[in-house]
Write a protein that binds this ligand. Sequence first.
Ligand SMILES: [Zn+2]
Length: 237
Amino acid sequence: MAMAGDSRNRLPVGIPMSGAMRLELLEELLRRRDMDQAARSKLASAPPGRSKDAFVRVQQIDAENAAWLRNALKPGYWLGRTFVGEEGSHAAWLLAQHADRDPELQQHCLKLLAKAVAEGEASPGDLAFLTDRVLLASGQNQVYGTQLGVRDGYLVACRLRNPDTVDERRESVGLEKLETYLARARELFGTPSPARIICPNCLAEIETWLPELGGRSVVECASCHTVHTIRPCIRKT
Ligand SMILES: [Zn+2]
C-alpha cells in the first residue's frame, strides 16, 4: 500500500476520495473481473448444444459491467494505479475490452486510458489491446496485432496494419513479439474449432466459423432457416 507522503498517493484535484472508498472501488472491480472470467470459462467449457444459458449469462454480465463502468468513469478519469492499484486498473481495462456492445463507451474508455497511460497511471500494453479492439470494431485495421481471429482453421492476427513493423510497435508498449504471442495463444486455445452461436430467432445453436473482428459472414440457422449476418463486435444492441 502507498504510504502518506508517497507521491503515488496523491489524488488528482477534483476527485476527493478516501482510502476506504478506493478500497471499495478496487474490491468491486475485482469482483466484476472475476464474474466476467468465470462466465467466459463456463461458456468455453459448455458441452455442445448446452451453451445457451452460459451465452446469455456472459451477455448479461457484460451489460452490467459496462453500465457500472460508464458510471464509475463519470468524473472523467480512468481508474488508474493511484486509485485502485495495478490490479484494479487492469481489471477496469478488462471491463472496457469486453464492452463490445457499447462502442461509444469503448471509445470513451480508450480516450481516458490513453491519458492515464501518458500520466503513468495505466499499462501501455492494456492500451494497445483496447486500441486494436476499437480499430477493428470500427472497420479499420489493428496496429499491434493483439486481436486474434481464425483463418483457414489457424489463429492469426486479423487485419493487421503494416505487418512488417508490428514487432517494433509491440516492443514500444512492452508486448512480446507477435510470433511468440501467437505461439502462446495457439498452445492455450489449441486447434481452433467452429464457434457455437445462438440463433437470435429460435435460440437454437448454430456451429460456424466466426468472421474476423470487423468482418462479416452469413450463416443459415438449420432449425428455423433464418439467414443471419454475423458481424463480431460492431453490433450496436
Ligand atoms: Zn433459428
